[in-house]
Design a protein around this ligand. Sequence first.
Ligand code: F6P
Length: 319
Amino acid sequence: MPKIGILTSGGDAPGMNAAVRAAVRTALFNGFEACGIERGYEGLIDGEIRDMDVSSVADILHRGGTILQTARSDRFRTEEGISKAVMMIQSFGIDALIIVGGDGSMRGALELAKRGVNVMCLPGTIDNDLGYTDFTIGFDTAVHTVLSAISNVRDTSSSHERTTIIEVMGRHCGDIALYSGLAGGAESILVPEKPYDISAICKKIIIGRNRGKRHNIIIKAEGVDIDPFDMAKLIQERTGVESKVVVLSYLQRGGSPTANDRILATSCAYKAVELIRDGSRNRAIGIAANEIVHFDLADALKMAQPFRENYLAMADVLS
Ligand code: F6P
């Protein structure tokens, strides 16, 4: 029987388990054997591979993290590491690999594809930084987590009439900041894609205070080149408004996935197995205009991520 291997790689994202469950069960339904590879490419290099049956993925749909564990593998960046991984794929009789991860993991998959391995990539990252798909698995959950933080922070910010900077994840892509800022009514949203203007931020705080506004929420993506604590100090000095900082960090990577993330993960994994079954090779699977789409992996990785200028403009007008 042909065999499909599944691995999760890079930073974890809520919905990875939903993808693993769907990949295993769809594979078995279509007459494949399924195996799980532990700790991403690290486990692949070391041959940490186990067979998976229907029950091995029971009760995980709603769970954050990944039952397969994940890792960022430096060894997989070397020719030696990649060769070992290919050898393991051959030794374990794996005919195709389903890889759930972000940009780096997909680039790793491309190296395997160049060496003859059939790879199907699912966009698993909270960052939403892959150009070929409208959304990545885990992004929606992360935005909801930030929204809940914004709500709590707004309560205490209002009581004390403070400004609070909430730093969210996103080294190169400001989507978590942008979507949560727009949905949460943040006064200012700072993203790595756009320069920020500290004077404009301070002016907004002063105008807000003069019209009786009690809170100010600034959402700053981690990739914006200023330390949030330095920024709070600067704002406090310039406006006279007490300013605090909340760094959400890894909080955003955990938690039970939202319905959107579960459905996205499930649909992408289901499609990946169908593609393998029908003889496709090396595809990146995602969602565009609410439909599941897939592209040649190398082409997908060249597609630029559009930035939603209009979201930033709306947030500015409305806050
Ligand atoms: O998963 C993406 C991401 O969360 C980034 O936004 C963040 O900067 C990075 O991963 C940090 O992850 P780690 O410390 O696990 O490498």
